[in-house]
Ligand binder design. Structure first.
Ligand code: MG
Length: 411
């Protein structure tokens, strides 16, 4: 046991199992690095998996787990999830941020996985049990123009999706949510016009039989965001996602006084000081934090309860750079929390589903929870090694976005 691994005062009241090893496994079956923390115990065959994925800074997260968290965990009782979370969170004095929180999340989810396996129960049972049979999911439609987006929406409706996020290309500019061309520049005015035209088309062609969503991806200057929320109001969106960046968070108040378009917010928030006012002042309708970058299931469960008191529903972030273990954690909260709004869904490739047996799948636009003990997702390390981590984004990736005059801007 390392000097760091000082047992908590009640650790003599041991259940038997002890943490023996903590490590990270990085794998990229879909071309973007997923970071998994594996916590092994002294109980034969008992281990937990957690999602620590922060694709753009994967090796930094792995270093935090290996150099700073693992030494503090050796010898500890894996059942003491809440104590371990708080002790690790304050152990560096400076705390928070996506790197440290992702590392913490990997440990936290793995401990919930272990607790479920020891109890013989899925994690959603540990969170209070089912509130619903299945979870409504939304899928992503996109196209080069409004007609292509319509085709894409209709295909997803035929697959059973009642909620569809719609993203459209802006000619000559690089836009979030559609396949990138050679363009590097982005133009807020053209974007607001293209999106408004697309939803005009979708509502007039498809009608009201499907719920439509749109993701701004925090790109807009605040007054453009106000204008977009107002112009989309007649089209009755299910939600408009992240209309402003965290740096402009106080502008959410203006958007809400100006428009009845429902707002989803929180994908980039990492610190309670950021998301507390959003909940307390009811600045959004749907909270959609990224579980690993706020620190895992433990803080997310508390945040969901606070949101419930404020009349806010959850829509946890669920892209392809959340691992299947992270998606299972989302799903555990979705099933157990009364204030579920919806779950973002990513259709994982066969390669991912082979590396991660038990990866959740959507059937008929719904996600169905696993009854397997723990989070219900495993990791085949031998297969994972076939897909080594890819180099982090550096200058040429999708985060490198420019305004027409060349100024770097938010991706
Ligand atoms: Mg988003």
């Amino acid at each position: 046991m390392s000097d760091w691994a000082r047992p908590a005062p009640w650790d003599h009241d041991r259940s038997g199992a002890r943490i023996t090893r903590v490590r990270t496994i990085c794998t990229a079956p879909e071309g973007q690095t997923l970071v998994i923390v594996k916590v092994e115990t002294s109980e034969d065959g008992l281990y937990g998996l957690g999602c620590a994925t922060f694709t753009q800074r994967a090796s930094a997260v792995a270093a935090v787990v290996h150099d700073h968290l693992a030494p503090q965990l050796a010898g500890r009782d894996p059942a003491a999830i809440t104590d371990i979370w708080h002790a690790l969170n304050t152990s560096a004095y400076w705390r928070g941020g996506p790197v440290l929180n992702s590392a913490l999340s990997g440990v936290d989810m793995a401990l919930w996985d272990i607790k479920g396996k020891r109890a013989g129960l899925p994690v959603w049972q540990l969170l209070g049990g089912r509130c619903r049979l299945s979870v409504p999911a939304y899928a992503h439609a996109s196209g080069r123009d409004a007609a292509e987006v319509e085709e894409s929406v209709r295909r997803l409706m035929a697959d059973g999706f009642a909620h569809v996020r719609c993203q459209v290309a802006v000619p000559g500019a690089r836009t979030y949510g559609v396949p990138a061309g050679a363009e590097r520049a982005w133009n807020p005015n053209q974007y607001v016009s293209a999106v408004t035209r697309t939803f005009d088309h979708l509502r007039s062609s498809i009608g009201d039989e499907v719920e439509l969503l749109h993701d701004v991806h925090e790109r807009l200057p605040p007054m453009h965001a106000v204008r977009l929320a107002k112009s989309l109001e007649p089209h009755r969106l299910f939600f408009l996602e992240d209309p402003v960046a965290p740096e402009d968070l106080d502008w959410l108040r203006m958007i809400r006084t100006q428009s009845a378009t429902p707002i989803a917010y929180g994908e980039l928030l990492t610190n309670p000081a950021e998301y507390r006012p959003v909940v307390h002042e009811r600045l959004c309708d749907f909270l959609r934090c990224h579980l690993s970058t706020i620190g895992g299931i433990t803080p997310a469960w508390r945040l969901a309860a606070a949101a419930e008191l404020a009349g806010i529903r959850t829509a946890w972030h669920g892209p392809g750079d959340v691992s299947p273990v992270g998606h299972a954690a989302n799903l555990a909260l979705d099933i157990a929390c009364p204030n579920l709004g919806i779950q973002e869904w990513h259709p994982f490739s066969d390669a991912v589903r082979e590396v991660f047996p038990g990866t959740p799948v959507a059937v008929g636009g719904q996600l169905w929870p696993s009854d397997a003990p723990g989070l219900g997702v495993d990791l085949d390390e031998r297969l994972a090694a076939r897909y080594p981590a890819v180099a982090p984004l550096a200058g040429s990736g999708w985060t490198d976005l420019r305004l027409p005059d060349g100024t770097a801007t938010r991706p």
